[in-house]
Write a protein that binds this ligand. Structure first.
Ligand code: SAH
Length: 217
């Protein structure tokens, strides 16, 4: 059998620390969540590989480094409430749940939403709420958020996500004209109408599908 704890520690040291993930809370969370339990059994040997893996419904669990980078860019303080768009396997939501006080995560695929909900509850990630729907509209019910992270790439920044940020809250989102290649943006709400944007490098995510994303066809 595999020594997943050792594989996890090596991933944190080699893929995260060496590439500039410095936030202790992020490193600790990445060193705690059992990624092997969020992927199909046939891929378990590759659970800590430096890349994405298929999770069914033509979707992927993001590369560990990208999960850590996006969460670090949210700059969450203790007691915060975070929104994730694109639950997928639930892995990033589990990592977030060890840093934020409350995590809301939205998934548009029924099958993925229900299996992530079941998995997160079985593993006792009790401060995560999985919602099913179009995350380009955010989740008004629990807004505003200290941080919003989008795990799929859209053509432009969905307005509802900006509107659901707290003052000084951050939105981390891949944006690009192509469905598979994006720039990662970190957007900070300065006041009601003012936002600053920083580019954080090239990334490749599955498409963000919805009203303020790519169309459903
Ligand atoms: N964070 C996930 C990876 C998600 S992959 C993990 O850790 O496993 C991106 C996910 O975004 C896919 O599951 C896809 O179905 C979902 N998605 C795409 N567009 C969406 C939308 N508008 N609202 C909610 N989820 C969306």
């Amino acid at each position: 059998m595999f020594d997943f704890a050792a594989m996890r520690a090596e991933m944190v040291a080699e893929q995260l620390e060496k590439r500039g993930i410095t936030e202790t809370a992020v490193l600790q969370a990445m060193n705690t969540v059992p990624r092997e339990l969020f992927i199909p059994e046939s891929y378990q040997a590759n659970a800590y590989n430096d890349g994405p893996l298929p999770i069914g419904s033509r979707q992927t669990i993001s590369q560990p480094y990208v999960v850590a980078l996006m969460i670090q860019l949210l700059d969450l303080q203790p007691g915060s409430i975070a929104l994730e768009i694109g639950t997928g396997s639930g892995y990033a939501a589990a990592v977030l749940s060890l840093i934020a006080a409350q995590v809301i995560t939205v998934e548009r695929h029924h099958k993925l939403a229900s299996s992530a909900r079941e998995r997160l509850s079985r593993l006792s990630y009790d401060n995560v709420i999985v919602m099913e729907g179009d995350g380009t509209q955010g989740c008004e019910e629990f807004a505003p958020y200290d941080g919003i992270v989008v795990a799929a790439g859209g053509p432009s920044v969905p307005i509802p996500l900006k509107e659901q940020l707290k003052l000084n809250g951050k939105l981390v989102i891949p944006i690009g004209d192509s469905k598979r290649k994006q720039q990662l943006y970190q957007i900070t709400r300065q006041d009601s109408y003012q936002f600053t944007e920083k580019r954080k490098g090239r990334v490749s995510f599955v498409p963000l599908i919805g009203q303020a994303g790519w169309d459903t066809r």
